[in-house]
Ligand binder design. Structure first.
Ligand code: PEP
Ligand code: MG
Length: 545
């Protein structure tokens, strides 16, 4: 048996027959005696073939089961193929006498290395996209057919890495899972795996040798491990586990469309936490009642510079339109602490979690808040949008935001732009200070959403990033539960609703507590909507202790 450890990009267990894919290497001459004009012509014609091919993949993704948002990957690849830096690199190498293949390969490698060296995890993962585009161009130059993996029988694929174009062309009904030696959980291939709901392990470090082709393989996402050719008893145990999981998942789909209501008739909203508009299909697939937390800072983390009002507006509008009439709560950017974007140029800090983050940055750079609020107000004309502000500690801070919102509304009205002037502005309760003065804040905030991840860290003085402190992190600490209960009571006194959007929302041991104290909404990752609904529907609050 071969046992490999890697990173899970989706949950679950898959057991199946292994198909090892070895990507063909293409021989390329490094000689410098080629005629530049002829090679330039060859490059431009291969580039055109590549963009045409990427357009076909885009259309196929739109029409297929991958979804419109994921299809954007191929739009992005098309942009990379036509990128001027890429073209300049290739034509410069050709001018030195290299053949078009060599020039494309070298330029692709240089650009990929540039992405790989970036600090930002998202940008790092773009290296694989550049390599994918360059590889496709090389195949076109060599007149080779595009890399296509054909699977006739259900199987688990393993390779050094898969390009998004390979995954999207596969028959997903037959793809039970995949394993890659390289790649990251942020790669587009990983994103596709999550969207398709396929268990996958990436970054195992070594490629599974082709001798194992046809053997049984187990992907265990919970333990982040792969077992190749396990003993029969071990394989049988996993087959039984996989069957149990599949049956459970199937049974849960029967809850789609059913209310989140206890046996004695108490209901609660179950919404979803998302990172961007691409997660919307997952929310709908899992029957999330709305989006309770859209972490808008991911948009900032994915950008090389401050995202413009227009760029933000497009994302927000796409989200609210796709969710309409279900509500969407977008949180204003929470950059800082563990979420750093280089272009913000924040100074290093002794205690980043207690430092210069989110709203605190906006006090010095109000244009960041105003640009974002302007994009949000504009998007509010297209659906059911609410905005919430993170990291509030005082009434003064909330006043500052409400003043900024008023300025933005005035400006939009002057520009004659459509927006919802009554778009609710709520706040996150994620500092003990905010919880303790929630009676005051409830008079001005449209709603509360309790961020238990930070509220726990600040209440218990335990850094949420420090794995060493994990054993001390009592997620049910009475101090935390008291703050939550108090916040809910204070909101209700002012007739405002309260949600919970931290990880505690999906803690099934607390569901009855949350229902009893009157929490109005729980916001969880899409995959947890139906398990949570199942729990809610099994409870009888009147009978319980
Ligand atoms: C929280 O703090 O609970 C929260 C939802 O925000 P984040 O995890 O993004 O800090
Ligand atoms: Mg937080």
């Amino acid at each position: 048996m071969l046992q490999l450890k890697g990173k899970s990009v989706f949950e679950g267990i898959a057991v199946g027959t292994l198909k090892v894919i070895i990507h063909q290497t293409i021989d390329i001459s490094a000689a410098k005696d080629f005629a530049p004009e002829a090679e330039r012509q060859r490059f431009f014609s291969a580039r055109e073939q590549t963009t045409t091919y990427l357009d076909t993949l885009y259309r196929r993704a739109i029409a297929g089961n991958v979804g419109g948002a994921e299809a954007e990957i191929f739009r992005m690849h098309r942009m990379m193929a036509e990128d001027l830096d890429f073209e300049d690199g290739v034509t410069a190498a050709i001018a030195e006498g290299h053949c078009a293949e060599y020039a494309v390969k070298q330029t692709g490698e240089t650009l990929a290395a540039m992405f790989a060296a970036m600090d930002d995890e998202y940008m790092k993962a773009r290296a694989a996209d550049v390599e994918d585009v360059a590889r496709q161009m090389l195949r076109n130059l060599k007149g080779l057919p595009s890399e296509t993996v054909v699977i006739e029988e259900p199987c688990i694929l393993a390779s050094d890495d898969f390009s998004p174009s390979e995954i999207v062309k596969l028959d997903s009904a037959k793809l039970l899972g995949f394993i890659t030696a390289n790649g990251s959980a942020n790669s587009h291939t990983a994103i596709l795996a999550r969207t398709l709901g396929i268990p996958a392990i990436v970054a195992t470090g070594e490629q599974i040798p082709s001798d194992y082709d046809g053997k049984t393989v187990v992907i265990d996402c919970d333990r982040q491990q792969v077992l190749v050719d396990p003993p029969k008893r071990e394989a049988d145990r996993y087959i039984a586990l996989a069957k149990q999981q599949a049956a459970k998942k199937e049974a849960l789909t029967a809850l789609i469309g059913k209310p989140n209501e206890t046996l004695d008739g108490k209901s609660i909203d179950v919404f979803c936490n998302v990172g961007n508009s691409k997660d919307v299909p997952l929310v709908l697939k899992n029957d999330g009642g709305g989006i309770g937390l859209f972490r808008s800072e991911f948009l900032y983390l994915e950008s090389r510079d401050y995202p413009t009002e227009e760029e933000q507006f497009r994302q927000y509008r796409a989200t609210v339109e796709a969710m309409n009439p279900r509500p969407v709560v977008i949180r204003t950017m929470d950059i800082g602490a563990d979420k750093q974007a280089d272009y913000f140029r924040l100074d290093p800090e002794e205690n980043p979690a207690l430092g210069y983050r989110s709203l605190r940055i906006c006090f010095d750079r109000p244009e960041i808040m105003e640009t974002q609020l302007s994009a949000l107000y504009r998007a509010s004309a297209f659906g059911n949008l609410m905005v919430m502000i993170p990291m509030i500690i005082s009434e003064k801070e909330l006043d500052w935001v409400l003043d900024a919102a008023e300025r933005v509304r005035k400006n939009l009205a002057e520009r004659g732009v459509a927006f919802n002037p009554d778009m609710p502005i709520g706040i996150m309760i994620e500092t003990p200070a905010a919880a303790l003065i929630s009676d005051v804040l409830a008079k001005k905030a449209a709603f509360f959403s309790i961020g238990t991840n930070d509220l726990t860290q600040y209440t218990l003085a335990i850094d949420r990033q420090n794995a060493k402190l994990e054993p001390l992190l009592d997620r049910h600490h009475p101090a935390l539960l008291r703050l939550i209960e108090m916040t809910v009571a204070n909101a209700h006194k002012e007739g405002k609703w309260v949600g919970i959007c931290g990880e505690l929302a999906r803690d099934l041991d607390l569901t009855d507590f949350f229902l009893k104290i009157g929490v109005d909404e729980l916001s969880v990752s899409p995959a947890y909507v139906l398990p949570l609904r199942e729990k809610i529907r099994s409870l009888n609050l009147k009978k319980a202790r």
